[in-house]
Design a protein around this ligand. Structure first.
Ligand code: AMP
Ligand code: ZN
Length: 477
């Protein structure tokens, strides 16, 4: 049984998919006007762990994601400029060229982080007819009104608008007042644009399509309603995104999809907490963002970042510091070295089947308890260090755990074939070290080092490598 925290009910619930054995999962994709930052990527790692956990539990996962390549304005309250047009101006390209470039970069980032690419991905600009169809339905059912700038969704027509965040419409009004300049034609600050007209501020908007309301372009939220419905049907099982989407984007997706079709949009809503810098949200608009290229410049392996992310529960904020990420890199490196030692070691150890199955069960329980990755990592380390489980069994378990953790544990540093004299010195040194005769063991370390070999002591024994081995090129090795 998989327990997941449902933002909609504010409870941990047992997952009951609509179709037995199959989970339909929708993820809000990136707005492709710039590189993804490590905060965005934290959310995609959480969603990847969700998918991998479900697959490990035997579910077939049908996964879909959009790419926002039009209509996401600088303010979620339908004001400001389209982010894609900002990107286009900045780079002297067309919005489509910008979208193509950053979509490619985003997918490369996912691959580097070992995030499984969602099976179905659709950009907003490829589903304009489907989006128009929903707006037409909403119009027929009386959920819209036309202002000077756009056709709006009339939130007052829905008694349960705001059920996802638990925010009442009045509170939203109070919150929004003064924060952004509102279109005077909007009846309520929470009302949101479904389709913008090529008028006023948007007269020269580069991307536009014909519609029953004239040339224009879609509001941001409608794409996810159209794409999820097209690819997964309605309702589908789980909808995910970052916590910033709860109050506006996901609330509006629910409003328009449910008003148009009279059924719920998704049964479970899961939201990942922010990655922060100095306790402030990392954001493209905040200007404090770090990308995967920045990490690689500092020789941080993308999977070390994945390890760092797994160390926190997805519903807890996580603060980014270089020290913490580099610490994660050291831990991952240690883990890989221990796995290398395990691979090389004889299959000795007390074959305590009880202890082994207990750890295996605990690992599964941690993940099935609302994706508790910190607990799962703790079980992983217990398994590695356990004295009751033979090496082969450990390795089997670790490779299974890696199906979810995605740390590429198979990739271990090479075991060096050591000349006999080095092996002898290493063994002698290990004896001294175990007997706490550190002066002697240090002196042997120096001797070994003089012969071109280095030693890292792991709880499983010494890991020896040639000092000139290429580990510096890839520090996680
Ligand atoms: P965007 O490209 O802005 O549409 O965001 C892509 C994904 O990243 C969404 O699921 C956002 O909720 C999420 N996101 C944005 N900022 C952060 C952050 N600082 N930490 C974690 N997730 C974030
Ligand atoms: Zn969305």
């Amino acid at each position: 049984m998989v327990l997941i925290y449902n933002t909609l009910t504010r409870e941990k619930e047992a997952l009951k998919p609509i179709k037995k054995g199959v989970v339909s999962l929708y993820t809000c994709g990136p707005t492709v006007y710039n590189y993804a930052h490590m905060g965005n990527l934290r959310t995609y790692i959480f969603e990847d762990v969700l998918q991998r956990t479900l697959v490990r539990d035997g579910y077939k996962v049908k996964r879909a994601m959009n790419i926002t390549d039009v209509g996401h304005l600088t303010s979620d309250a339908d004001e400001g400029e389209d982010k894609l047009e900002i990107g286009a101006k900045r780079e002297g390209k067309s919005p489509r060229e910008v979208a193509k470039f950053y979509t490619k970069k985003f997918l490369a980032d996912l691959a580097a982080l070992n995030v499984i690419k969602p099976a179905k991905i659709l950009p907003a600009t490829k589903t304009i007819p489907e989006q128009i169809e929903i707006i037409q339905l909403l119009e027929q059912k009386g959920f819209t009104y036309i202002g000077n700038k756009a056709i709006y969704f009339d939130t007052a027509k829905l008694s349960d608008y705001g059920k996802l965040s638990g925010q009442k419409l009045d509170e939203k009004k109070a919150g929004a007042r003064g924060e952004v300049i509102q279109d005077p034609d909007k009846r309520h600050p929470a009302d949101f644009a479904l389709w913008f007209f090529l008028k006023g501020h948007y007269e020269n908007h580069l991307l536009h399509w014909p519609s029953p309301w004239g040339e224009g372009f879609p509001g941001w939220h409608i794409e996810c309603s159209a794409i999820s419905r097209k690819l997964l049907g309605q309702p589908f099982d789980i909808h995910t995104g970052g916590v910033d989407h709860i109050g506006t984007h996901h609330t509006n997706e629910i409003a328009q999809s449910e008003a148009a079709y009279g059924t719920s949009l998704a049964n479970y809503w899961m939201h990942g907490e922010f990655l922060t810098v100095d306790q402030n949200r990392m954001g493209k608009s905040v200007g404090n963002f770090i990308t995967l290229a920045d990490l690689e410049k500092r020789q941080v392996d993308p999977l070390a970042y994945r390890y760092f992310v797994l160390g926190a529960h997805y519903r807890s904020p996580l603060n980014f510091t270089w020290e913490a990420v580099e610490g994660a890199q050291r831990s991952l490196k240690n883990l890989r070295r221990m796995i290398a030692v395990l691979k090389a070691s004889k299959n000795t150890g007390v074959n305590n089947l009880g202890a082994a199955t207990d750890l295996y069960r605990k690992f599964s329980e941690a993940l099935n308890d609302d994706l508790n990755t910190p607990r799962a990592l703790a079980v992983l380390w217990k398994t590695v260090k356990s004295e009751s489980i033979p090496a082969k069994t450990k390795l089997k378990f670790l490779m299974d755990f890696d199906k979810v953790l995605g740390l590429n544990m198979k990739k271990t540093p090479p075991i060096v074939r050591m000349p006999k004299n080095i092996t002898k010195l290493v063994q002698e040194r290990e004896l001294f070290r175990r007997n706490k005769q550190f002066v002697q063991s240090d002196s042997l370390r120096k001797e070994i080092s003089g012969l071109g070999y280095s030693i890292d002591d792991t709880p499983l024994g010494p890991f020896v490598y040639q000092s000139s081995c290429p580990r510096k090129k890839n520090p996680a090795n």
